[in-house]
Design a protein around this ligand. Structure first.
Ligand SMILES: [Zn+2]
Ligand SMILES: [Zn+2]
Length: 381
């Protein structure tokens, strides 16, 4: 039977580039792969055919020879000039294009060797107040967390019995499977089909945990929330997560801490900020000012002639550093000067006097004779 043209086999043009070849090969090789066409001899032949075509055309020298001499270049009929008979390793060709697509040596994603394994981490979150985050607090958490079963001590076997080592895999939890394929023999490692990768078989499961070795139990836990913790930060309690497998250590417990904003104080890392109203006369004359802080009231001596938006910094009245609580941030108070809107007759009189003493003109603006532009015309309907 005459050999088909390699370009026809792959269904590409004579001038097809590297990517075109690869794309064409990928599509066809998948289509005719023995795994997809068990026992189909025609597909097997096709798979070989596209593999061979790709092997030749993806090699620059071989492709040039093929373009010049056709199949003769490879059938040995040209003596020393040709390439001679070729042996193709379709496995190599296939995996060079697909990578480890079919997972040679690891089909089915085998498990890691059955050693001790750390238990899973447990993540919870708690809500605290703004003040608790600044000053730290103690909280009692109630968590439904898996714990080693008290009945069987974590073995999963009924008391008085023991798990048996799996004879099928010799306790390794893995089995090797030798597969004969068109691409050669492939050894794959997969979890043992008898013990499901555990390496052990429990004949009589523990009645409490059903053989899992763990039970979910409500646990009460005392947690210290450190001073200065910020929104969304987590506390990690090593070893307070779920129990490990096969003697592995417990996982960790992570507690994410959240708090709502405060109505008066804003927090920016270690700095607390707030605004405070003072009167015009306080600003002008100065005097004793009581500033409410998160730590209680502070007495402050306001300077005469304090300007609006002045920021007073109270050292050490902010947020402690969560890692070093001796270092405490500052509290910054921005002063808002309030202009009075409602005055008694007496207050008005005094303010007028003040104005006169300052040489200010506080007479009302003379009445305008023209009407303002916006009330001049009549509205059209
Ligand atoms: Zn148990
Ligand atoms: Zn086994």
């Amino acid at each position: 039977m005459a050999k088909k043209d390699y370009y026809e086999v792959l269904g590409v043009q004579k001038n097809a580039g590297e990517e075109d070849l690869k794309r064409a090969y990928r599509k066809l090789a998948k289509q005719y792969h023995p795994d997809e066409n068990a026992g189909n001899a025609e597909a097997e032949a096709k798979f070989k055919e596209v593999g061979e075509a790709y092997a030749i055309l993806s090699d620059k020298d071989k492709r040039a020879a093929y373009n010049q001499y056709g199949h003769q270049a490879f059938d040995g009929s040209m003596g020393g000039q040709g390439f001679g008979p070729m042996n193709f390793d379709f496995n190599d060709i296939f995996s060079s294009v697909f990578g480890d697509f079919f997972g040679m040596g690891g089909m089915g994603g085998g498990r890691r060797p059955q050693g001790p394994m750390q238990g899973p981490d447990v993540q919870v979150s708690i809500q605290i107040t703004f003040e608790e985050a600044v000053f730290g607090t103690e909280k009692e958490l109630s968590l439904a967390i898996a714990d080693t079963c008290g009945t069987c001590g974590g073995t999963g076997a009924k008391p008085g019995t023991y798990p048996e080592s799996c004879k099928h895999c010799g306790g390794t939890g893995q089995e090797r499977v030798l597969q004969q394929t068109i691409m050669g023999r492939i050894t794959t490692v997969r979890p043992c089909s008898v013990c499901r990768g555990e390496g052990k078989i429990i004949r009589d499961p523990c009645p409490t945990c059903g053989g899992r070795g763990k039970v979910k139990a409500n646990k009460k836990l005392q947690v210290t929330i450190p001073k200065g913790i910020d929104n969304g930060q987590s506390i990690r309690l090593a070893g307070k997560g779920e129990p490990g497998e096969r003697g592995g250590p417990n996982g960790d417990l992570r507690i994410a801490v959240f708090f709502k904003p405060h109505s008066k104080f804003r927090r920016d890392g270690m700095t607390l900020r707030a605004e405070m109203n003072i009167s015009v006369t306080q600003a002008a004359l100065g005097g004793a000012l009581t500033i409410p802080t998160l730590y209680g009231d502070e007495q402050y001596q306001l300077k005469a002639g304090t300007q609006p938006e002045t920021i007073i910094t109270l050292k050490g009245k902010g947020v402690p550093n969560v890692r070093n609580p001796k270092s405490v941030g500052d509290f910054e108070v921005k002063l808002k000067v309030q202009i009075p809107t409602q005055l008694t007759a007496r207050q008005t009189e005094l303010l007028k006097e003040l104005a006169q003493a300052s040489g200010e003109n506080i007479q009302p603006t003379p009445q305008e004779t023209k009407k303002p532009w916006y009330s001049g015309g009549k509205k059209k309907k």
